[in-house]
Design a protein around this ligand. Structure first.
Ligand code: SF4
Ligand code: SF4
Length: 387
């Protein structure tokens, strides 16, 4: 049996967040179970790109400040780290993301240390999809405790992103694109992420679900005031609870199906004890799912009709000439070089639908569109898919 604590938290006011975090940790057995004075604690945030905290795309800086302050009160050294996705002029944008997010300011004012995963060295670990080792950021292995701080968000490719997927940022810099190429579908990507969970010892997962992202996340969706903080020692149980809050279950999310196959945690709702302000995961009314959402049950994957429906419902990336500023971040981030650097036309034969271009465009110029306008209209009538 795994435990997930779900607490209400109305906003990012520091006292509110600190109080709800403390109450949540008490229900998991108290801080003494996780920390001791003098320990180095790494907060692995979600810093997907250079986005401000109020964009709902990243772990909010005030959420990180609250946890940093609690850990400092317990005489721990706090590190804050991640590696952003995408590339700007051939370089991963993590340094810029740390500044734009407000995390640099949090670190400076709270006495924490920033760990830009792109610049801290790497440690080789075993990869199940490649004969070569996978390289992960060194601070993950130097800290005494790693706390995963995912954001509650939709994802245009993965449908949902939470505690399990947040560890993808442990792969430094542009190497992330390489793993998208090696694992072109979400089930294979789930194996890469499972490799990371097996290599890195993360003992605690705390989800920032105060302001969630709905619609076409992980960066281009809209904010949703979910007002929740979720805590667990089990990343899959936490994601199972969070997904059910937005009307999904594990079988809708290929990465979590892979996580379940690899035994990363508990995925059966009947074996997950909910504590805190709820006894069962509360449903978030009107929460909008990504356009690409398709109810893909494992047992049905090879059914021809289902496959046809999936193809029809598929929304592909298209670049809006009107909104595009020509920065070429998408061109440099595409793992298979499918975007023409001048015209921005996408070669759909080469495209592996990783949605990295959609994820990294800061101008919302990469739109997700269906080929068939009738199907597009029908899908729009489903309130869960509107965005
Ligand atoms: S689509 Fe977005 S990321 Fe790509 S070149 Fe245009 S503005 Fe830049
Ligand atoms: S065009 Fe976009 S979705 Fe297709 S492979 Fe490139 S980055 Fe991924």
């Amino acid at each position: 049996m795994s435990t997930v604590v779900i607490n209400n938290c109305p906003d990012y006011t520091l006292t509110n967040v600190m109080e709800k975090l403390e109450k949540g940790i008490d229900l998991l057995g108290g801080w003494r179970q996780f920390i001791a004075p003098g320990m180095k604690v790494l907060l692995k945030v979600n810093l997907i790109g250079p986005k401000p905290s109020d964009s709902a795309a990243i772990t909010h800086a005030e959420f990180v400040r609250a946890l940093t302050r609690i850990l400092k009160d317990h005489h721990c050294t706090v590190w804050i780290g991640d590696s952003s996705g995408g590339a700007i002029a051939g370089i991963a944008p993590t340094a810029r993301s740390l500044m734009v997010s407000g995390l640099r300011e949090v670190a400076e004012s709270e006495g924490a240390v920033l760990k830009n995963f792109d610049k801290e060295g790497v440690v080789p670990v075993k990869s199940t999809i490649d004969t070569k080792p996978m390289y992960l950021a060194k601070p993950l292995f130097e800290a005494d405790l790693v706390i995963n701080l995912p954001k509650l968000k939709t994802h245009s490719a993965s449908i949902f992103t939470g505690a399990v997927k947040n560890l993808y940022g442990c792969i430094p810099g542009l190497r992330k694109a390489e793993y998208h190429r090696l694992a072109p579908d979400q089930f294979a990507l789930g194996q890469v992420i499972a490799d990371i969970h097996e290599a890195v010892n993360v003992e605690l997962h705390i989800m920032d679900g105060i302001t969630a992202m709905q619609g076409d996340g992980p960066t281009a969706g809209k904010a949703y005031p979910a007002q929740k903080i979720l805590l667990s020692t089990d990343p899959l149980a936490l994601d199972t609870a969070a997904a059910s809050m937005i009307g999904l279950n594990i079988d809708d999310i290929p990465i979590l199906i892979s996580a379940r196959q690899r035994g990363l945690g508990e995925a059966s709702p009947s074996k997950i004890k909910i504590l805190g302000d709820y006894t069962a995961p509360p449903r978030l009314a009107g929460f909008r799912l990504p356009k690409r959402f398709r109810r893909l049950r494992t047992g049905q994957r090879n059914h021809r009709l289902i496959v046809k429906v999936i193809e029809l419902l598929k929304a592909r990336p298209r670049i809006s000439a009107k909104l595009c500023r020509g920065c070429n971040i998408c061109v440099e981030s595409c793992p298979v070089q499918a975007i023409h650097p001048e015209t921005k036309a996408i070669n759909y034969t080469a495209c592996i639908e990783c949605m990295c271009c959609h994820e990294v465009c800061m101008y919302h110029a990469v739109k997700l569109k269906r080929d068939n306008p009738v199907v597009d209209l029908v899908a729009r009538l489903d309130p869960r898919m509107r965005s």
